[in-house]
Design a binder for this molecule. Structure first.
Ligand code: PMP
Length: 429
């Protein structure tokens, strides 16, 4: 059934560690053979056996317009035809910076990089350089890319594989990283009371998506902002996933909180490698060549990548885009919830904008511990039942899912028909 995928996986493992270039792709948590993708269009992609799937990962977030959007493809082709990379500035980068700053009021200045990892790594260095302090704060289960000081009790693949702190990070590097439980106000108060004056920054996923989807309590977020103000700590919202995903102004718009710095990625590259960090001008001016915090990139602001990102961002400005995206995502999660209920399955689901979480637990989790206490084995069975039927959800109970504007009612209905069979099978098992 998956013969060509299987052959490719065998072959891949000879030269690529685990057969993949990013760990969660390997299906280690859910078992089975990863699907090797050959092409994609709209809400679908096809694997090496030419099996078609409804895609609910969308490259882990970027493909909000659906795959192979004609305007994005045309922009990329036109840019490539006039040069792949110059290593010198272009007007399109200014346009991109202006659009990002116009969309997110907290961005006064912004710099482009080539991945989310680079964005968070650079934002942290900047916060340290600006404040002259070493210590940083992150939250257990949040993933901010794979920079050393952030690979401590991290989410995503680290959580999925039960090894939340990476090997290869010297204790001396990690000793400056303080880790708090997400949504725990007591821990937050205690840390600030004891060490507030030594903290350079707090980095947070302002809606978490790397320990499945977890919303922060709004009061908790307000208190975090107030404490950072009180102690002169740079508040970094890592909106690599949530930026332009949960709404037009990301999670900061959703919660009405202005972070000092924001990191972006995924959607702003439209499927090409782009990241960004930006925020308060006084902080951003500490970066080279204006200031003494160094940060650079051979391919930063790459013209082909910027063409994809800029075209994507412009299309998101269409009136009603986010209302429609939210409505489609809601009909997916409401449908799943009611079908699970029909078959007596302990299941809940949540969504913000075009990002969703599925949990095999009766209540929507608000903590990492609650996600860990959900029925992960049942999720894994559900994942495979759906995959066999042609619906590709994230291959881990610790990841969020993504809906594109191309996931219309017919696509959602098809998903729900299949989910009904899957829930029925789970109920009878
Ligand atoms: N921050 C968050 C919140 C993310 O979700 C991710 C990637 N999933 C990153 C940072 C790292 O981005 P990248 O994989 O582009 O390096």
């Amino acid at each position: 059934m998956t013969s060509r995928n299987h052959q490719l996986f065998e072959r891949a493992q000879q030269t690529i560690p685990g057969g993949v270039n990013s760990p969660v792709r390997a299906f280690r948590a859910v078992g089975g053979t990863p699907r090797f993708i050959t092409r994609a269009a709209g809400p679908y992609f096809w694997d090496a056996d030419d099996k078609k799937y409804i895609d609910y990962i969308g490259s882990w977030g970027p493909m909000i317009l659906g795959h192979s959007h004609p305007a994005v493809v045309a922009a990329v082709q036109a840019a490539a035809a006039t040069g792949m990379s110059y290593g010198a500035p272009t007007e399109a980068e200014i346009e991109m910076a202006e659009l990002l700053c116009a969309c997110l009021p907290s961005l006064e200045m912004v710099r482009l990089v080539s991945s989310g990892t680079e964005a968070t790594m650079s934002a942290i260095r900047l916060a340290r350089g600006f404040t002259g302090r070493h210590a940083i704060v992150k939250f257990e289960g949040c993933y901010h890319g794979h920079a050393d000081s952030l690979l401590v009790k991290a989410g995503s693949g680290l959580l999925t594989f039960g090894n939340p702190t990476s090997a290869g990070v010297p204790p001396e590097f990690a000793q400056h990283t303080r880790v708090l439980a997400y949504n725990d106000p007591t821990q937050l108060e205690t840390l600030f009371a004891e060490q507030g004056n030594q903290l350079a920054c707090v980095i947070i996923e302002p809606i978490a998506g790397n320990m499945n989807l977890i919303r922060p309590n709004p009061d908790y977020m307000q208190r975090l902002r107030a404490l950072c103000d009180e102690y002169g700590v740079v508040l970094i919202f890592d909106e690599v996933m949530t930026g332009f995903r949960v709404g037009p102004q990301g999670a900061q718009g959703h919660y009405g909180i202005r972070p000092d710095l924001t990191t972006l990625g995924k959607i702003i590259g439209g499927g090409m490698p782009v990241g960004a960090f930006g925020g308060r001008a006084d902080i951003m001016q500490a970066i080279a060549p204006l200031g003494s915090v160094y940060q650079a990139g051979t391919l930063s602001g790459n013209p082909v990548a910027v063409a994809a990102g800029l075209t994507t961002l412009k299309l998101l400005q269409a009136p009603g885009f986010y209302a429609q995206l939210s409505q489609q995502t809601q009909s997916l999660i409401n449908g799943l919830q009611s079908l699970a209920g029909k078959y007596g399955i302990a299941f809940s689901a949540d969504a913000v904008g075009g990002m969703f979480g599925l949990y095999f637990s009766a209540q929507i989790p608000t903590t990492l511990a609650a996600v860990q206490a959900s029925d992960i084995a049942r999720f894994n069975r559900f994942f495979h039942l759906m995959l066999d039927g042609g619906v590709y959800f994230a291959p881990s109970a610790y990841e969020a899912g993504f809906v594109s504007i191309q996931h219309d009612e017919a696509v959602i209905a098809q998903t729900l028909t299949l989910a009904e069979q899957a829930f029925a099978t789970l109920a009878s098992a």
